[in-house]
Design a protein around this ligand. Sequence first.
Ligand code: PAF
Length: 283
Amino acid sequence: MSRSPMVVRTVPALRRAVDGLRARKAAVALVPTMGALHDGHVSLVRLAKRRAQKVIVSIFVNPTQFAPTEDFGSYPRTWKADIAKLAAEKVDLIWNPDVKAMYPDGFATRIVPEGPAVAGLEDRFRPHFFGGVATVVGKLFTQVRPDVAIFGEKDFQQLRVVTQMARDLDLGVRVVGSRTVRERDGLAMSSRNVYLSPDERQTAITLYRAMKESARRLKAGDAFESAMAAGRELVTGAGFALDYFEARHAETLAPVSSIKDGPLRILVAAKLGKTRLIDNIGV
Ligand code: PAF
């Protein structure tokens, strides 16, 4: 059995541990997570190991990125299984602050990202979200001071937002995106997939199929709007309540109207029963 990685829960303990890891100038990679780890997270850790000598994983379910109506209270928390996975990957350190350590009494500062954070995608449906993400990721970066940080492409707008923030605020960390890991049938791995009933799980695959269908039509030269409409119809026809199904410029997330405006990314968010799923693919 692999030895459990060291777990630290206060900022001073984190600083001491990171100084230790940095001895002999080792490069440090950070993988920020909210726990409930699956194979997608494992692939982030593996990429981190290829990019740096030492790997730190943070596990913190960040309350500031959830609206009061969302699932902060019920978000899956699977500590023991998470530790076992990270031990198997030989992660060097786990940063697991509690809410008071991250947001002490009197905490009053918030990062308000713009640019990709106001692209009219997730921000339109979760207006609180990127402020919460940018604030916690900004804190994680200044707490850990990693050389590299790895984020999944599954949360594509989030990846663009933290990349922009790290650049704009000269945080000295290279943000690297990691390909989405999918189940055998194509469903993107997500900690929220556990909310799906068996029937919903069957239906959930439609999101990926719909994006692939729109991408296929765009590449085949179909008119832009009809190619996108075909994907949208598949999603709504399967019973999803659609938030958005759009093609955007892959770097800026600006709206596009032709495949020639690319590189393109198709992004989707839709609700199946009570579960909201997001996904995206490159065209
Ligand atoms: O993608 C996530 O799990 C979270 O949004 C992150 C980046 C860990 C910030 O809380």
